[in-house]
Design a protein around this ligand. Structure first.
Ligand code: UT7
Length: 330
């Protein structure tokens, strides 16, 4: 039994200004607005500008979360940044964020690599440090500039992804019955090739050949990933409900990874959730991987779709293959 509850004391999000509409994509690849809306629910996405990168998006989201928590950055005890598009292989984006926030204390900072499930993996990690009494405030961020790894000649992937960042300050609460009450982390490593960036790591280092073969871009077997995503998101949602003996009536809101509107609708309908209990913003931002859940969470809280005393479930699925859920009593 944890000694402390891990509660959300503030959330924030940041989306770059530049918009990429379905109409813009029609000029780049053989696709059309109707197909994209019908198959994914996406109308437009945001793209980072030339002076923006994962750390700068993370910084804005983190500042907004700290403001909402009314907490000076200096009081943060640990920083975790979930991302699959870090600033560079090393140092970590979390260390850069430590610097950009101007934090003087030598607190821990590290990146979390679990693709679209990354924010929930990071939240579960923060919950351990807080529940044990090790730390009082952990800054958990999900931030991506997927536009830097998306191949805008591949219509199977470029229609889906966008850039953005979301953050949460997770704080200790004397009542262990509040905050994160259950989580699930999962992985199926043999599905790794279904969704990957093949080059740029130790297996296929950058070379003229890797660039020529476009191996630094995101590759996806959409159809296979889709099937697995529907199954796994349904099962994760079911287990998240069972973990706290919840029903679709007692849960106020499901905040899913904005993976594809059809996947979200299919999984939540199977578990008996009406549409108004499922938070959706994929139409405006597309799939922002690790940033997707914290952006949706922040918007849901700011729009009053959930608040103190409510049960919410966050659920995600992504490359790895990975999945994760978190059940919270706000
Ligand atoms: O967050 C990370 C996890 N990622 C995911 O979960 C992604 C999961 N997968 C998906 O969301 C979907 O598979 C996609 C949206 C990527 C594709 O939708 P789909 O309904 O699975 O399409 P499909 O790949 O089965 O293709 C259906 C048809 C094909 O034409 P034919 O062979 O039936 O003639 C494709 O060539 O649609 C065609 N198609 C397109 N047409 C217009 C594929 N992409 C496009 C496109 N525009 N962008």
């Amino acid at each position: 039994m944890p000694r402390f509850g891990a509660v959300l004391s503030g959330t924030g999000s940041f989306l770059p200004e530049r918009r990429l509409t379905n109409g813009d994509l029609e000029k780049l690849v053989d696709t059309n607005n109707e197909w994209i809306i019908q198959r994914t629910g996406i109308h437009e996405r945001r793209l980072a500008g030339p002076s923006e990168s994962t750390a700068t998006l993370a910084l804005e989201a983190a500042r907004r979360a700290l403001d909402a928590a009314r907490l000076p950055a200096e009081q943060i005890d640990l920083i975790i940044v979930a991302t699959l598009t870090p600033e560079m292989p090393t140092p970590s984006t979390a260390c850069m964020l430590h610097h950009l926030l101007g934090i003087q204390r030598p607190i821990g900072a590290f990146d979390m690599g679990a693709a679209c499930s990354g924010f929930l993996y990071a939240l579960a990690t923060a919950t351990q440090f807080i529940g044990s009494g090790s730390y009082r405030h952990v800054l958990v961020v999900g931030a991506e500039t997927l536009s830097r790894v998306v191949d805008y000649t591949d219509r199977g992937t470029c229609i889906l992804f966008g850039d953005g960042a979301g953050a949460a300050v997770v704080s200790a609460c004397d009542n262990p019955q509040r905050g994160v009450r259950a989580f699930e982390l999962g992985a199926k490593g043999d599905g790794g090739t279904l969704l990957s960036i093949p080059a740029g790591g130790s297996r296929v280092p950058a070379s003229a050949v890797s660039v020529e073969n476009r191996l630094h871009y995101l590759k996806m077997n959409g159809r296979e990933v889709y099937k697995f995503a529907v199954h796994q998101m349904t099962m994760s949602l079911q287990r998240a409900m069972e973990a706290c003996s919840l029903t679709s009536q007692s849960v106020r809101l499901v905040v899913p990874h904005q993976v594809n509107l059809r996947i979200i609708n299919s999984a939540t309908e199977k578990m008996g959730f009406p549409r108004d209990k499922v938070f959706i913003n994929i139409d405006r931002y597309g799939n922002t991987s690790a940033a997707s859940v914290p952006i949706a969470l922040d918007e849901a809280i700011r729009q009053g779709r959930c608040g103190p005393g409510d049960w919410i479930i966050m659920v995600a699925f992504g490359a790895g293959l990975t999945w994760a859920s978190a059940t919270l009593h706000l």
